[in-house]
Design a binder for this molecule. Structure first.
Ligand SMILES: [Zn+2]
Length: 367
């Protein structure tokens, strides 16, 4: 499948080790081809998968956090672990696992080790964004830099905001502006849970008190708004924004996200793991919002396999979607959201010669 829409039998892809030179039916293409041939066997080839939200710096935390007890308990258990040392081996293993399972690009969020993780990703061969995450209550100066301006073979650095409640509106806006200037997307966790809802609307709740005690609660409204309404009021929402989670959103919020052409990244299994319910997938997808999927970190998931993320969504969605629509959540929609569709998201001439094969057990579910 070149674009996850039409199934091409006897499909062949000719590449030069980096880019796609030609695609088509092998019985035609082979007449003029004399290079090395790899027969993939009886499989369905699709564009390489894109993981639109992950935190590789937490790769050493598999099974180290509580499951199903809500966000406040999850954060407490996360913070009880060693978080500040970068465990390179765990990150390399995570990247290897993702590559072996069809993921060819990831959008990584890092709070402390952005440049180092970018180098590790670059060496692994995966395509990437290394988002340096801004968190804190300060107002940045005009000279502040939010991400290193360093060139990599397979990716870029960019800026992300942690969340509305942990990061000052001035800092979030400055990071977004820096991304705009650099032509990069802006990523932010948005409307992830009921705690965030309460903080943005009223500034109250156990999680708000915990943040306040730690001196980490941003002045984030307290005007009865929803997180989406508040994010909109501080001009964070537009077509270069990738809003992660969007679990607690109303129909009005969905309309705002659609009107602003915001891209939404759902993390279904992470939301389940933490125990905060799930996003209104059906309404988000049918609203026309450009929607994609991410695993989030291994500290809030069972594995980093994008096929498993998609399978979970397809098995639990109430309004079934077509195989084409399902695959676009992990390929073309993600490429569009991350502004990498010149190179990723479909198998076309000139794009990266990276593809995935559909696991046999998912063939029936997708086609
Ligand atoms: Zn996250």
């Amino acid at each position: 499948m070149t674009d996850c829409e039409d199934l091409i039998k006897d499909f062949a892809l000719i590449h030069d080790g980096d880019r796609i030179l030609k695609t088509g039916v092998w019985s035609d293409l082979k007449k003029d081809f004399s290079g090395k041939v790899t027969d993939m066997g009886d499989v369905t080839i699709v564009p390489g998968l894109i993981n639109s939200h992950i935190h590789l710096e937490l790769s050493h935390l598999k099974d180290k956090t509580v499951e199903g007890q809500g966000f406040t308990s999850w954060v407490k258990s996360l913070l009880s672990n060693p978080l500040y040392e970068l465990e390179e081996k765990a990150i390399c293993c995570a990247l290897q696992f993702m590559l072996e399972n069809g993921t060819v690009f990831c959008a990584d969020i890092s709070t402390r080790n952005c440049a180092q993780i970018a180098s590790i990703m670059d060496n692994s061969g995966i395509g990437f964004y290394a988002f340096c995450e801004a968190i804190g209550l300060h107002t940045p100066s005009a000279k502040s830099k939010f991400f290193p301006n360093k060139k990599f073979r397979n990716g870029h650095t960019a800026g992300a905001g942690h969340s509305l409640y942990s990061t000052s509106p001035e800092l979030l806006q400055a990071v977004k502006n820096a991304d705009n200037d650099a032509g990069m997307p802006f990523s932010i966790h948005l409307a992830e849970n009921v705690e965030e809802d309460e903080i943005i609307a009223h500034g109250t709740g156990e999680f708000a008190a915990m943040l306040k005690r730690a001196g980490m609660l941003a002045d984030c409204g307290n005007k009865g708004l929803t997180p989406v309404e508040y994010a909109d009021s501080i001009t964070l929402l537009d077509e270069t924004t990738l809003a992660i989670h969007c679990v607690k959103i109303s129909e009005k919020d969905i309309q705002i996200l659609a009107d602003r052409k915001v891209n939404v990244c759902l993390c279904p299994r992470s939301n389940k793991y933490i125990g905060e319910g799930r996003a209104p997938w059906e309404k988000i997808i049918s609203s026309g919002i450009n929607t994609c999927l991410g695993t989030d970190s291994i500290a809030s998931n069972y594995d980093l396999n994008m096929w498993n993320e998609l399978e979970y969504l397809l098995k639990n969605i109430e309004k079934p979607i077509s195989g084409h629509k399902a695959l676009s959540l992990v390929t073309s929609n993600s490429a569009k959201a991350l502004k990498i569709d010149e190179l990723y998201g479909s198998l076309e001439e000139g794009k990266k010669a990276v593809f995935a094969t559909v696991p046999a057990h998912l063939e029936d579910l997708l086609f």
